[in-house]
Design a protein around this ligand. Structure first.
Ligand SMILES: C[S@@+](CC[C@H](N)C(=O)[O-])C[C@H]1O[C@@H](n2cnc3c(N)ncnc32)[C@H](O)[C@@H]1O
Length: 265
């Protein structure tokens, strides 16, 4: 259910080395939002700490929630390299974003890099938003980070083919990795894409491995997201097309980055 992250340790092991993830231009945006909110921040689907650790380094208290013990283990390992002051600002929780109770509140909740799209049903989407809302202070802010569904991608993306679109990368222990992407199927009625990320790993001793992360993502259109947020008790403040805060519509497809405030009850 959670994108394979909780089942397969290899995903967490390779995650921080994937060029597309390393180069993702969102970290500064999240660090600035966290600093402006002043903390504490809740990061839902924090993974290996790609965003969480820079946030803690910037002096903000942050709770990281993730379903995958493997992703959290990598995050803990990375935190060991950090000064005690940084480690002291971080609290990690293994929990399901669909329903959680941390017994604390935050001024800002974030879901960086699309974990919300692992939720396939409206029921799950709403229960996740309700859980987040319970953890926000009055007027607290949610940053919901989605991809903007590209109609060209949905219609024309080859199905069943492994596409070689990413630069290869090398892990610190010398494994050379080529990652290919495959669209297995797109269900245009359920708005769900079924995908595989296929890692071809060449070990320094010559051994070869083929590892597959199979996962499904629900695509969500702009006004659908607005309605979901309204149903869940949020007031939309901004919709951005990217992490430089260019307005939605200024590029296509761009991101679907929604900034919403918890409405007072
Ligand atoms: C693409 S990664 C993003 C990680 C991190 N936010 C980042 O920006 O690098 C998606 C993360 O969502 C987590 N996830 C997926 N489903 C989840 C669920 N139901 N509850 C909590 N975390 C979940 C996965 O374990 C994974 O760490």
């Amino acid at each position: 259910m959670g994108g394979g992250y909780e089942e397969y340790a290899f995903i967490a092991d390779l995650y921080d080395h994937v060029t597309l993830y390393r180069d993702r231009p969102d970290v500064q945006f999240y660090v600035e939002a966290a600093t402006a909110a002043g903390g504490p921040v809740l990061e839902v689907g924090c993974g290996t700490g790609r965003v969480l650790i820079p946030t803690a380094r910037a002096g903000v208290d942050i709770v990281g929630l993730d379903l995958s013990p493997h992703m959290l283990a990598v995050c803990r390992q990375r935190l060991k390299e950090e000064p005690e002051a940084v480690r002291g600002r971080v609290h990690l929780v293994e929990a399901d974003m669909r329903d959680f109770d941390l017994g604390s509140r935050c001024t800002l909740a974030t879901i960086p890099f699309r974990p919300f799209q692992h939720l396939i049903t409206v029921e799950n989407q709403l229960s996740c938003l309700a859980s987040i809302r319970r953890h926000l202070v009055d007027e607290g802010v949610l940053i919901l980070d989605l991809f903007n569904p590209s109609l060209d991608f949905l219609v024309n993306r080859p199905v069943g083919e492994e596409l070689d679109e990413e630069p290869p990368f090398t892990t610190p222990d010398g494994r050379q990795v080529i990652r290919r992407q495959k669209t297995v199927a797109i269900d245009r009625f359920q708005q769900v894409g079924h995908y595989e990320l296929i890692y071809y790993v060449s070990h320094p001793d010559g051994r070869q491995e083929r590892l597959v992360q199979a996962f499904s993502l629900r695509y969500v259109f702009r006004f659908e997201a607005e309605h979901l947020l309204a149903r869940a008790g949020f007031t939309l403040e901004h919709v951005y097309a990217d992490y430089e805060k260019n307005p939605y519509g200024s590029k296509y497809p761009g991101e679907l980055l929604m900034i919403a405030r918890q409405s007072r009850t």
